[in-house]
Structure formats: structure tokens, C-alpha cells
Design a protein around this ligand. Structure first.
Ligand SMILES: COc1ccc2c(ccc[n+]2C(=O)c2ccc(S(N)(=O)=O)cc2)c1
Ligand SMILES: [Zn+2]
Length: 260
């Protein structure tokens, strides 16, 4: 099975990933089988404190659109949960499908959501730079939030209104006050497991924290994601859709839950 996943991974059109990830034993995303997850009473509540003025800009990097933050100090941080240290917010981005039937990277009991939000943090207590943290087993912590089709999301709309300005790859727009905690469900329940980046360099440096509850967004907001382009201005247009990595084998890993 592992050779086929590596081949499938290498062949997957979007992620021209190396044929095999050296020692790839903790790759992401995975299917979270609710009944196989283990309740861990020692897991603490996740403590999130973001300073909205650390928001810098929105950037189309050709994979997704990223909202980047000033991570030069401990101003937007998370701690607690499964984490041994405090982690600094660097960026958040999304993965989504061409239609509402698919789009998320992680699945829960094989249920796919139309999109998934990733809030990317790095361990600035132990590592001097993000680039170094990306290469270390405890370097990154990513909060994953599922998006489901439903009510209009006021907080997301501020982002959606800015997307036409970053339609093409390598475009950026200033975005100077935004509190990403409005995109995180208030329900404290999450799953956590040891995984990897889901785009190159696919390094096995991520403590994943996947929120149990999704947030609701409406059809127009999902459609706004789909009008972005993978391509630069002047190139033949390729809509930015299906920017998710295929599921990876769980191998020798346990998914813990913060709830019973
Ligand atoms: C050292 O060179 C790098 C390092 C990191 C890079 C990257 C290119 C894209 C994204 N990143 C990321 O930081 C990155 C990639 C994937 C994810 S994910 N989808 O949350 O796993 C988060 C963050 C290149
Ligand atoms: Zn991601």
C-alpha cells in the first residue's frame, strides 16, 4: 500500500511531489475514523489569542490564497491543547473543490467537506525562523477547520470581498485588520495527530489540531474561492479549484480526541 500511495502522490497532477518522502511515516491529510480516535483526558483546552492588527496582506501563491501575519513577535499565538510550547500564527489559507461534493483535505468517517481552513503556526520558542521550524517534528501546529454549506459567514465575507484583487498567481493586496478567531468554531472539541505539510515540501513537522465542528458558509462565498486562478495574469486561465492533497495512509499513528 505504501508504494502505491507514494506513486499516486507523485502522479497527482497538483503536487509534483518527490516520488517518495524520505521515511514518509506521518503524512497528511488522513481520514479521521471517529470510533478509532482515543479520548485523552490530559489534553488541555486550546488557548487562542490573536491580535487583529498583526494581519498584513492577502497573497495568491499559486496553490491557494494566504492571509499572512506579522510573526516577528509573540502577538498572535496559540498554546495548550496538545502543544508543549506556544506557537506563533504565520498565515492561514484554504483548500476547496470545484463543486460542493468535495474539497476538504481531511475527512471524518470518510465524509468530505466542500472546503477546509488551515491556520499555520510555528514554534518560535524553540526555532529561530519559520523555515527552520518547517523541517522539525515539533516545528508547526496547524488548526484545521471544516467549512460546510449553510448560512452566510459575516467574518469570511471580509476576505471574500478582497479576493477579486488577488485573482492571479503572485498578486497581493494589503489587508490590515482581521481577527481569524472569527473563523474558528466556539465549540472546544478537536482531534489531534502527528502529520505533515500537505503541499511541498511535505515535511513531517505538523501537529494537526482538527476542530470537530465545521463553520457554515454560503454558496456565493464558496463560489468566490473558485473564481481565483492558479495562473498568472497573461497566462491561459486555470481556475483555482481542487487544491487538496489525496488522503494518506494512517500507518502507525493514533488520533486523539479532546472530547468523549
Ligand atoms: C521551505 O520551503 C517551504 C516551506 C513551506 C512552504 C513552502 C511553499 C508553500 C507552502 N509552505 C508552507 O509553509 C505550508 C505548506 C502547507 C501547509 S498545510 N496545507 O497547512 O499543510 C502549510 C504551510 C516552501
Ligand atoms: Zn493547507
Amino acid at each position: 500500500a505504501c508504494s502505491s500511495y507514494r506513486l499516486r502522490d507523485a502522479l497527482h497532477p497538483l503536487w509534483q511531489s518527490p516520488l517518495s518522502i524520505p521515511g514518509g511515516t506521518r503524512q497528511s491529510p488522513i481520514n479521521i475514523q471517529w470510533r478509532d480516535s482515543i479520548y485523552d483526558p490530559f489534553l488541555k483546552p486550546l488557548k487562542i489569542s490573536y491580535d487583529p492588527t498583526t494581519c498584513l496582506h492577502i497573497w495568491n501563491n499559486g496553490y491557494s490564497f494566504l492571509v499572512e501575519f506579522d510573526d516577528s513577535a509573540d502577538r498572535s499565538v496559540i498554546t495548550g491543547g496538545p502543544l508543549e510550547n506556544q506557537y506563533r500564527l504565520k498565515q492561514f489559507h484554504f483548500h476547496w473543490g470545484a463543486i460542493n461534493e468535495w474539497g476538504s483535505e481531511h475527512t471524518v468517517d470518510s465524509k468530505v467537506y466542500p472546503a477546509e481552513l488551515h491556520l499555520v503556526h510555528w514554534n518560535a520558542v524553540v526555532y529561530p525562523t519559520f523555515e527552520e521550524a518547517v523541517m522539525e517534528g515539533n516545528g508547526l501546529a496547524v488548526i484545521g477547520v471544516f467549512l460546510k454549506l449553510g448560512e452566510h459567514h459575516e467574518g469570511l465575507q471580509m476576505l471574500v470581498d478582497a479576493l477579486p484583487a488577488v485573482k492571479h498567481k503572485d498578486t497581493v493586496i494589503e489587508f490590515d485588520v482581521f481577527d481569524p478567531s472569527c473563523l474558528i468554531p466556539s465549540c472546544p472539541d478537536y482531534w489531534t495527530y502527528a502529520g505533515s505539510l500537505t503541499t511541498p515540501p511535505l515535511t513531517e513537522s505538523v501537529t494537526w489540531i482538527i476542530k470537530k465542528k465545521p463553520i457554515e458558509v454560503d454558496e456565493n462565498q464558496l463560489e468566490a474561492f473558485r473564481m481565483l486562478l492558479f495562473t498568472s495574469d497573461g497566462e491561459e486561465e486555470k481556475r483555482m479549484v481542487d487544491n487538496f492533497r489525496p488522503l494518506q495512509p494512517l500507518m502507525n499513528r493514533t488520533v486523539r480526541s479532546s472530547f468523549q
